[in-house]
Design a protein around this ligand. Structure first.
Ligand SMILES: [Mg+2]
Ligand SMILES: [Zn+2]
Length: 189
């Protein structure tokens, strides 16, 4: 079957991981692959993004690494297996960038810093000015990150944030709110 050919500027979608692609644990981490659970519809949504030739990039804080909760190797294994599972269902994750630092380390890559977005832009040779670019996340931190990076922000209610009204008190409001990643496609595709 032919891929849907999208005309117009390149499409770039930055995604948070936990609460967007996989289940978010309020008081725990996804420490190993066995704990990783794709959210319903997430792989299907990634497939549709791939068919629309979107560049998809995961930007995720994983301070559990430097807190010693899980090893960097575990994060790498989860990353590898997640990408493989997404590919197996017709999707594609072009790249994933993780910040392993704790807030105390004052790094430049931890969201709401835009360090990882800038790294992605540089490593993947993205031209955001000539693209239509989004940041999809489930927390205020994600929305601030996307806003700072000049992206259209979409809050999904499939993780840390459950109710749209929670965002009403945020300094930076999301441009759109959707139930989950599949719902966010309504604004992207
Ligand atoms: Mg999240
Ligand atoms: Zn960092």
């Amino acid at each position: 079957m032919d891929k849907a050919v999208r005309t117009g500027p390149p499409l770039v979608v930055f995604l948070d991981r936990d609460g967007v692609i996989c289940r978010y644990f309020a008081r725990d981490w996804t420490k190993r692959w066995e704990e990783f659970e794709f959210l319903p519809g997430a792989r299907e949504a990634l497939k549709l993004l791939n068919q629309a030739r979107a560049t998809t990039v995961i930007i995720s804080n994983q301070s559990g690494v430097n807190k010693g909760v899980f090893a960097a190797e575990s994060l790498e294994e989860i990353d590898r297996k997640m990408k493989k599972a997404v590919s197996a269902s017709g999707g594609r994750i072009d790249a994933a960038f993780y910040c392993p630092h704790t807030p105390d380390e004052s790094c430049l890559c931890r969201k709401p810093g835009t360090g990882l977005v800038r790294k992605a832009v540089s490593e993947l040779n993205l031209n955001l000015k000539e693209s239509v670019a989004y940041f999809v996340g489930d927390s205020e931190t994600d929305i601030i990150t996307g806003h700072r990076a000049g992206l259209v922000t979409i809050l999904v209610l499939s993780g840390q944030t459950v109710l749209a009204k929670e965002a009403e008190g945020w300094k930076v409001k999301p441009d759109h709110i959707a139930q989950d990643l599949m719902g966010a496609l309504k604004y992207i595709l």
